[in-house]
Write a protein that binds this ligand. Sequence first.
Ligand SMILES: [Zn+2]
Length: 250
Amino acid sequence: MGSVTRAEIEQYLNQALAADRFKDYGPNGLQVQGKPEVRRIVSGVTASRALIEAAIADGADVILVHHGLFWRGQDGRLTGWLAERVRLLMRHDISLLAYHLPLDAHAEWGNNAQLGLQLGLAADARFGEQDLGFVGEGGGVALEALAERVERSLGRAPLVLPGDGRPLRRIAWCTGGAQGWFEAAIAAGADAYITGEVSEPQAHLARETGVAFLACGHHATERYGAPALAAHVAERFGLEHRFIDIENPA
Ligand SMILES: [Zn+2]
């Protein structure tokens, strides 16, 4: 196995994901700068302390995640749990690379594309803000069959809000906390919408529009993009890679 510079990886990823094209809730790309040479990448969903500790034990030079450390609305102080995560990274000279919306959107390695592969769904159109939502043929499947497919693929039963029982010709999906896009999915012609989380209004919308809603877990739906992307980078640059899944019921 070889090595490559952190800067080369960052540059490649920024370009491949078109990272500067997205309006996002936090900075995409390098969030914490570690050693210049990279041999081993650990990928994960969220830069939690558990993931950072596991990556340290694994000998990682870079951690690649979907949910980084810095978000709009933080006050900029490095205290408490955030200080602890940053301290662990800095002490072990590990770089943190985070891609949020650019990773949801990517047509091949993105969370939505990879969730589609897991569920046997192929997008032929996009919807919603910045074209992040995916929509494709459902083949007229019944809602119960789709829910079973989700449970089998993701290893957990979805929370299902039934619509009017129509066969699902068009199915839309967007990973993570995209419950607020239910109306956009309906407007895009969906008979069912798959996302990670659910809030109170979606139950009424499902009843009143006849479109089914499946909340399949924020973590469960966003588990596939980061490892797909990291595996691609590892292969391209001849690096070692391991995906570490930190269990999360939410
Ligand atoms: Zn997310």
